[in-house]
Design a protein around this ligand. Structure first.
Ligand code: LLP
Length: 439
């Protein structure tokens, strides 16, 4: 039952904009049908809660929108967004491959059953052993980030007696992305090959033993909503493809990167249909295999951070609601000034009149602050859901201030599975060695 409580409250708009959330008059806030109050009692807080059906549904929606727009593109999920084995397994079962960026992500993706042939290896600092491991496993594609990296990949491939399938990552010099720190496609950013150098490097790559140059890749940033910056970047890359075609090079693949935005408020989402139409228009008449590398769009809305109120503190400046989750759990507000929606879990609490409150964590840093919210009175013990934290949430957690990693819960088929037990305090120093004689 959808209750008509607090209709003018900001949380109501957040819930109304997300069909997977529901405020039930008795059970309170439900995520994918599960009452979060019950989950908080059963598993404690803070806890990350993910929905398997949302993950599956979002992947299917993306695949459907591309297909409906006439785009044939294989999905290489950006593992960095949420690398839990259960998440990777769900997306693999739905037909996604992986975009990985380290031996750790490569290992995780393999452990989740993703074949190396369905993987792309990205990253400005791939170590020799990482390149070797990927080539030995017959990775589907390595994205070359620099003129300096190319001969290293070629030499390792020759030593192994294999041919490395590479795409050159082009820096198209385009500003895009929701925040300075998540823009990657400007000339001054560390990513990719200078646009003016890319064609020459492709010719060189095509001449090297141990390399098969399959095409180009580009990734201009994250949290982008409009098709326009993507179109500008893709057009620049296609100009390279056309120039090389005139010289007789036939490129067979383009990796279009990720970066599709999600609304963290109640605003409109990424223009998926317009994006698909744009890609279809640009690629019409070309025989190019396409890859895309979405991370946030698939995983972000499929997770929440369930947190408890430890203390409500009043100062001359106002009300601080001190949560048991902090910047060590969810770093995005501290790092990018990100503002995630926050909804009280109890319907009784949610019915109260909203007033300004600053949500903060317990960490001894002023930047441990989720932001200013209009929230009703909340006592110690109340629970709050911090929304859209399925991507770049748990993966960016640390144990700073001696705070064990939070539990992770997966909702699937009416059940809640603990997919990562809450770390214990002794877990924090597991692996540390105190040499004899120190005291
Ligand atoms: N491909 C490459 C090469 C990337 O570097 C990234 C993200 C993606 C794909 C996926 O981008 P997405 O579709 O998720 O936007 N921690 C930041 C986001 C950093 C993104 C880094 N690269 C945040 O919390 O906003």
């Amino acid at each position: 039952m959808k209750v008509d409580l607090g209709r003018d409250q900001p949380w109501h708009r957040l819930v109304a904009a997300r069909p997977w959330l529901r405020m039930d008059a008795t059970e309170g806030l439900c995520f994918d049908g599960a009452p979060l109050a019950r989950l908080a009692r059963a598993h404690g807080t803070p806890a990350w809660v993910y929905s398997a059906s949302l993950l599956r549904g979002r992947l299917a929606t993306l695949q459907g929108a591309l297909a409906a727009g006439g785009v044939r593109a294989d999905i290489r999920y950006a593992v960095k967004a949420n690398d839990h084995l259960a998440v990777l397994t769900i997306l693999r079962a739905g037909g996604a491959g992986a975009d990985v960026t380290s031996a750790g992500e490569f290992g995780r993706a393999r452990a989740a059953g993703i074949a190396p042939a369905q993987m792309v290896y990205s990253g400005v600092g791939k170590r020799d052993d990482e390149i070797e491991q990927a080539l030995a496993a017959e990775i589907g594609q390595i994205n070359v980030e620099s003129a300096e990296e190319l001969p290293v990949i070629a030499a390792i491939a020759r030593r192994l007696g294999v041919v490395a399938p590479v795409a050159l990552r082009v820096n198209p010099d385009i500003a895009a992305g929701g925040h300075d720190k998540i823009s990657t496609g400007r000339a001054a950013d560390k990513f990719g090959i200078d646009y003016d150098q890319a064609a020459a490097l492709f010719r060189h790559a095509a001449s090297l033993d141990g390399i098969v140059a399959v095409g180009f890749s580009t990734h201009i940033g994250s949290q982008i909503f409009a098709p326009a910056p993507f179109e500008a970047a893709y057009r620049r890359v296609l100009a390279l493809v056309d120039g090389l075609a005139q010289e007789g090079f036939s490129l067979r693949r383009l990796d279009l990167g990720g970066g599709f935005g999600i609304p963290y408020d109640d605003g409109p989402g990424f223009a998926l249909e317009a994006y698909a139409a744009m890609v279809a228009r640009l690629m019409a008449g070309r025989d190019l295999e396409l890859l895309i590398e979405p991370g946030r769009w698939l995983a972000g809305p499929a997770g929440i951070l369930l947190t408890g109120v430890t203390r409500v503190k009043r100062t001359a400046q106002g009300r601080f609601v001190v949560l048991d989750a902090g910047m060590n759990d969810l770093l995005r507000p501290a790092l990018y000034d990100a503002h995630h929606g926050a909804v009280p879990v109890s319907s009784a609490a949610a019915a109260g009149i909203g007033a300004s409150a600053t949500l903060v964590g317990p960490v001894c840093e002023s930047s441990d602050r989720f932001g200013i919210y209009a929230l009703p009175e909340l006592g110690a013990g109340a629970a709050i859901a911090i929304l859209d934290t399925g991507a770049y949430g748990a993966v960016m957690s640390s144990v700073y201030n001696g705070r064990p990693l939070a539990a992770q819960i997966l909702l699937d088929g009416g059940r809640d599975h603990v997919i990562r037990a809450r770390q214990s305090v002794p877990d924090l120093w597991q692996g540390e060695i105190v040499p004899d004689g120190l005291g």
